[in-house]
Design a protein around this ligand. Structure first.
Ligand code: ASP
Ligand code: MG
Length: 443
């Protein structure tokens, strides 16, 4: 069994949906996981914002606009009148459901139900299309098996058991379609795996089904060695280990949701990143194997806040760091980077939501400084294999850029530097010239 996940752009129009149907039309057993059509989740987020503010007229106007977009898709996608009718009835059903929210109290529960409509629509429309093409497939409702627990972590046992039960109902079926992103939560409400979460769905489903491979189909030919939006002449990385891919996904490579590496790694299911627009391209294979011997990629993560705690007391006395970490734990705020010295500890967070409260608690330990607008530059590769020389190349490339923090040795795969966001473009460009210039063979 293979899992094939198609992102928003890959199902973003009638034309693209047809392409996806072509790509999946063979006898290989598979579960196809779809995102919402591109732009839909963003539109639903905006609609929810309006509903929160009780701006019902504006919400309705946006709902109508989205409905119109979908009507056009329906007009373009199906050839038979019968399917057009069926699909339009489906649209009416979902958009009436959305319009109903304008009449009532709007809370986070309603918001999640609103956000779920994108994936429910894309999968249902796609299933209708397969039916019209006489391609035998079954639409599996993700809400029947995808679940998160009280800590908003996937309930892996539940997913495994319930997915197996769903699949068992359809022995002899080779093609299943299901929704990415959406799930139930511990309280039985509709919920989601956070923005971009369809990759995570695919990985969880792949792990639960013990799949032979998880394919993530997007609109770029794999994970690149540097940010293609910023640096010219980047190239797709042919192979990455699970750990290298996790570092890259977490520290900036937008192509893969950071959480989606772990479930695959735990069950040792290879993940292949492929391009719907260029299906023959090799893409990136992520597996337990490490090719070693090189710096593989550079990525940047923006929106970082750095916090420095200077303490008059013996900073590294035992127990001190624990007290600091407990503050972050209380506010459910993950720490990305950390460096220590005898008199101070610096760390970074990417979620400043509780920054004020965190800082005021940290002040009980000493003097606290906060720097906003920071960027983590992350260099990923096999530093075990390239123990000597790699850092020289990296720091030489960055010699004109002020480095606020440096982190190395946390894993064998990552060296991270914290810089001002305004230096990001220079840093990525200089690193590209300094590290990858001799790798032209890839280009
Ligand atoms: N549709 C959701 C989003 O836009 C989930 C996904 O596409 O992965 O965030
Ligand atoms: Mg995505």
């Amino acid at each position: 069994m293979k899992i094939l996940k198609f992102g928003g752009t890959s199902v973003g129009s009638a034309e693209r949906m047809r392409e996806v149907a072509n790509l999946i039309h063979n006898d290989e057993p598979k579960i196809v996981v779809l995102s919402a059509m591109s732009g839909t989740t963003n539109a639903l987020v905006q609609i929810a914002e309006k509903l929160y503010l009780n701006l019902n007229e504006e919400a309705n106007a946006q709902i109508d606009a989205l409905h119109d977009t979908y009507k056009q898709v329906v007009a373009q996608l199906y050839t038979s009148e019968n399917k057009q009718k069926q699909a339009n009835e489906l649209l009416n059903h979902h958009f009436e459901y959305l319009r109903a929210f304008t009449q009532d109290l709007f809370t986070v529960h309603e918001e999640r139900a609103v956000l779920a409509q994108g994936e429910l629509l894309s999968t249902a429309l796609f299933q209708f299309f397969l039916e019209e093409q006489s391609i035998n497939s079954v639409l599996l409702p993700a809400l029947n098996f995808m679940k998160i627990d009280e800590n908003e972590e996937p309930d892996v046992t539940y997913i495994e058991k319930n997915l197996a039960a769903e699949l068992e109902k359809y022995t002899g079926t080779n093609l299943f379609i299901t929704q990415g992103y959406i799930c139930h939560n511990a309280f039985g409400d509709i919920d989601n795996l956070k923005r971009g979460g369809s990759d995570y769905s695919a990985s969880l489903i792949g792990a639960a089904a013990n799949a032979s491979e998880i394919q993530i189909w997007t609109d770029i030919d794999g994970m690149h060695n540097n940010d293609p939006r910023i640096v010219k002449n980047t190239y797709p990385i042919a192979q990455l280990s699970f750990d290298e891919a996790a570092e890259l996904a977490y520290f900036g490579a937008k192509i893969l949701h950071p959480s989606s590496v772990l479930p695959a790694k735990q069950k040792n299911v290879p993940v292949r990143l492929l391009n719907t627009m260029q299906p023959e391209a090799k893409g990136t294979l992520i597996s337990a194997e490490s090719q070693g011997g090189s710096i593989k990629a550079v990525a940047a993560k923006d929106g970082i806040t750095a916090i420095k705690i200077k303490s008059g007391r013996m900073l590294l006395a035992y127990g001190f760091l624990r007290s600091v970490f407990e503050v972050f734990e209380r506010y459910k705020t993950p720490i990305d980077m950390i460096t220590t010295s005898e008199v101070a500890v610096s760390l970074t967070i990417d979620n400043p939501k509780n920054l004020e409260a965190i800082v005021s608690e940290l002040k009980t330990f000493g003097q606290v400084e906060v720097d906003h607008n920071q960027t983590i530059i992350c260099v990923v590769g096999d530093f075990m294999a390239e123990r000597t020389g790699a850092s020289l190349k990296i720091f030489d490339a960055l010699k004109d850029i002020p480095l606020r923090m440096i982190s190395y040795g946390g894993s064998e795969n990552n060296m991270s530097m914290l810089i001002n966001a305004s230096d990001k473009v220079t840093a990525l460009t200089k690193l590209n010239d300094g590290i990858f210039e001799r790798n032209t063979a890839h280009a």
